[in-house]
Write a protein that binds this ligand. Sequence first.
Ligand SMILES: Cc1ncc(C[n+]2csc(CCOP(=O)(O)OP(=O)(O)O)c2C)c(N)n1
Ligand SMILES: [Mg+2]
Length: 110
Amino acid sequence: MQGKGAPCTSPTCPRACRRQRSSSAGGPPLICGRALRQQAARHRWRRVAFFGDGASNQGTTLESLNLATVWNLPAIFVAENNGYAEATSSTWSVATDDIADRAAAFGMPG
Ligand SMILES: Cc1ncc(C[n+]2csc(CCOP(=O)(O)OP(=O)(O)O)c2C)c(N)n1
Ligand SMILES: [Mg+2]
């Protein structure tokens, strides 16, 4: 999403999803909380967190991926790599070519 701000500018989700909005790395932990509520209420909804390449380097995002796996939360994490986190290039700051590769470290499909 070149030229636009944080991943708040998310595409429309499929019908069975509800989306969140938040700034850098705030979304994944919030989505874990909401997904836990969905799970407890036995709803069929899946929660979706969109985060950017910059947010993928933040601890809250990685903690959320871990939590979602160990609690088996109904959550989907979508990484949007637009090449930059503000003025920082992802080629300089992200230690993988494909952010989805990181999912394997948390036991989830990437
Ligand atoms: C915890 C925190 N640190 C710093 C910022 C300032 N900030 C706002 S957007 C942003 C860059 C986000 O980059 P990225 O995750 O790649 O999302 P993009 O804007 O490229 O979609 C930063 C550092 C913030 N909002 N929150
Ligand atoms: Mg980015």
